[in-house]
Design a protein around this ligand. Sequence first.
Ligand code: FMN
Length: 197
Amino acid sequence: MDRLAPAETPLSPAIAARWSPRSFLPDAVPEAALRQVLEAARWASSAYNEQPWQYLITRKENEPEAYAKLLACLVPFNQGWANAAPVLMLACARVNFAEKGNPNRWAEYDTGQATSAMAIEAAALGLQIHQMAGFDAAAARTAFAIPEDVTPVAALVLGKPGPADALPEALAQREMAPRSRKPASGMFFAAAWGQPV
Ligand SMILES: Cc1cc2nc3c(=O)[nH]c(=O)nc-3n(C[C@H](O)[C@H](O)[C@H](O)COP(=O)(O)O)c2cc1C
């Protein structure tokens, strides 16, 4: 299913194609495609080139126990649809700089950038990523022995989007609802705060 962004200006194809499905086909993600998606994250920019992101990757087919363990960390609403996806990941941020150990206040920002790069690369391959805030970070930390100085930031699923009608009715409606964004006038200011571009 395609859900191209109804953007006000032309966008590069992968940015326009990226969206967050909840219906996924069960097909495994080919290894080359998974590698390509991860490589996109590796090449994201970061403050001081610290590259503070770390990802736990679980494939339903290859690591079913780890997949189930991570799935159990999601809130019930997300478990309900995310369990269809073949790949479930946890995006984490190392919150201190490696060299001096001082706090890196851009760690989560940079992790988001890396995940965004992944999502765009996935869209370029006909795959999609759906990010989730709805998970229990403490449970994930315990389940996977995540070190203290690493913060679980978001859970993600990756896979090929499936048909909306594979979802329960209410979710199917949301899957097909028009995509929307706030107006640009409240986001981009010209020279003075609050002055629309
Ligand atoms: C950090 C983050 C957390 C999100 N958490 C959830 C979530 O827990 N459950 C969910 O169904 N969608 C979640 N989403 C998906 C957003 O609702 C979705 O990105 C937004 O509605 C815009 O839609 P689009 O990604 O299709 O453009 C999350 C997205 C982001 C970036």
